[in-house]
Write a protein that binds this ligand. Structure first.
Ligand code: URA
Length: 435
């Protein structure tokens, strides 16, 4: 098979067969497809698109480009978020699903663009190993029911090279390629079921409902087409989901949630809605309401917290992390409360700008090789609709030094609008996309 012929046919709008797409994926992995050819192929896909059979064939070929994990027990499930600001859901949901009887080997990602990554958050915990080998991962999942870890070079290796080429050829935005990229990595964990949280709003990659629904539909159809029971919720990302944005700060919110010290309503609703769906897909609940009830009980009984604590300890973190998280989580040297400049109601946020500000504070990467400062970010962010008097705390800034703190204060004040009346609230979950 000549790569240039396959590229030409896709350029002209032809449908490629599963064997042809498998040949391309093999060429990505063994290097026989050159960078220029891969870039041209990506552009042809971006411009011409793929039908469902092509999407499934590309995704499964990429999934099978490395190891696909096998498990003795099930149901094996996971959750994926398309990314947002203050999105700490995985930290609570994964152990709660394990507490409800699921097997949850969760392959999580680092921050992407302005969005935070679960792995970066977990690395705020001293000793937490995000890269156990396959045998250790298997043992930990067998013992604790869950493990949140990073992708290894052995899982979906085709995606690594393909993503790097897309990144420099203006082809990241292809819906077909985003779908194959996300799902190939998730499905390499050997999942029976997957629940997707497709974020929509000014802090998400998909800023409008139509785009979010299109992505959710593609992911759900391809996931099911690849043999994994998959569904998606579309959830609001027009404001930070948690009251904090920043790695150790979000972990603190998750610990408070798991231990019941402080449970934030928006986080609770999104986590329990996703969990109810996941347990239903997994066959552990009769329907999403039943599943939600089981998940809520796992939080209330402390079983979810117990699973989280066991997971952290098994992966090398402190054995008393939940009890003494404040002593383990690194704290920023400069913490400033920002007073509300006027009295009124918080009417909205430029959520993306808040995510970017976390990076500027050092909590994300400018270059792939950058080290993250886990201490920095924002806390005490109030939900849209909150009434404040002038001088009340609007937010707290956590920074490495005064210069960064000043900069973040100015950015936050620009990113937050205060008006006279609360806007009509947006639904937290706007759609459910089923097979
Ligand atoms: N996340 C991924 O893993 N891949 C993409 O292409 C986009 C988001």
């Amino acid at each position: 098979m000549l790569y240039q012929e396959l590229i030409r046919r896709k350029r002209d709008g032809d449908t490629l067969s599963a064997a042809e797409l498998a040949a391309i994926v093999a060429g990505i992995c063994d290097g026989s497809m050159g960078d220029a050819q891969l870039g041209a192929f990506a552009m042809a896909v971006l411009l011409r698109g793929m039908d469902l059979t092509e999407r499934v064939a590309l995704t499964t070929a990429m999934r099978d480009s490395g190891d696909v994990l096998q498990w003795d027990h099930g149901p094996v499930i996971d959750k994926h978020s398309t990314g947002g600001v203050g999105d700490a859901v995985s930290l609570m949901l994964i152990p709660a699903l394990a507490a409800c009887g699921a097997v949850v080997p969760s392959i999580a990602g680092r921050g992407l663009g302005h969005t935070g990554g679960t792995l970066d958050k977990l690395q705020s915990i001293p000793g937490y190993d995000i890269a156990p080998d396959a045998a250790r991962l298997r043992k930990i999942v067998a013992q604790t029911g869950c493990a949140i870890v990073g992708q290894t070079a052995a899982l979906a290796p085709a995606d690594k090279r393909f993503y790097a080429i897309r990144d420099i050829t203006g082809t990241v935005e292809s819906l077909d390629l985003i779908t194959a990229s996300i799902l190939s990595k998730k499905l390499a964990a050997g999942l029976d079921a997957l629940v997707l949280d497709v974020k929509c709003g000014n802090g998400a990659f998909m800023t409008d409902q139509n785009a979010a629904r299109e992505l959710a539909r593609a992911l759900v159809d391809v996931g099911n087409g690849a043999g994994c029971r998959t569904m998606a919720l579309i959830s609001d990302m027009s404001q930070p989901l948690a009251s904090a944005a920043g790695n150790a700060l979000e972990l603190g919110v998750a610990v408070d949630f798991l231990t019941g010290r402080a449970v934030e309503a928006r986080l609770w609703d999104v986590t329990c809605a996703l969990g109810g769906q996941a347990l239903t897909l997994a066959g552990l609940a009769q329907d999403p309401d039943h599943g939600r009830g089981l998940l809520e009980a796992a939080f209330r009984s402390g079983k979810a917290a117990e699973c989280f604590g066991h997971m952290v300890a098994a992966l090398g973190g402190p054995t008393d992390f939940l009890e003494n998280s404040a002593t383990y989580l690194p704290a920023a040297p400069v913490v400033r409360s920002v007073p509300a400049p006027v009295s009124g109601v918080v009417t909205g946020y430029d959520t993306r700008a808040i995510g970017v500000a976390v990076i500027t504070l050092g909590g994300g990467r400018r270059q792939a090789s950058d080290r993250i400062d886990p201490r920095v970010g924002f806390s005490d962010i109030v939900p849209v609709g909150t009434r404040l008097e002038q001088g009340d705390t609007l937010v707290r800034i956590h920074a490495a030094d005064a210069v960064h703190a000043d900069d973040a204060i100015a950015t936050f004040l620009r990113a937050c609008t205060i008006g006279d009346a609360a806007p009509a609230p947006l639904p937290l979950i706007s759609a459910c996309v089923d097979p």
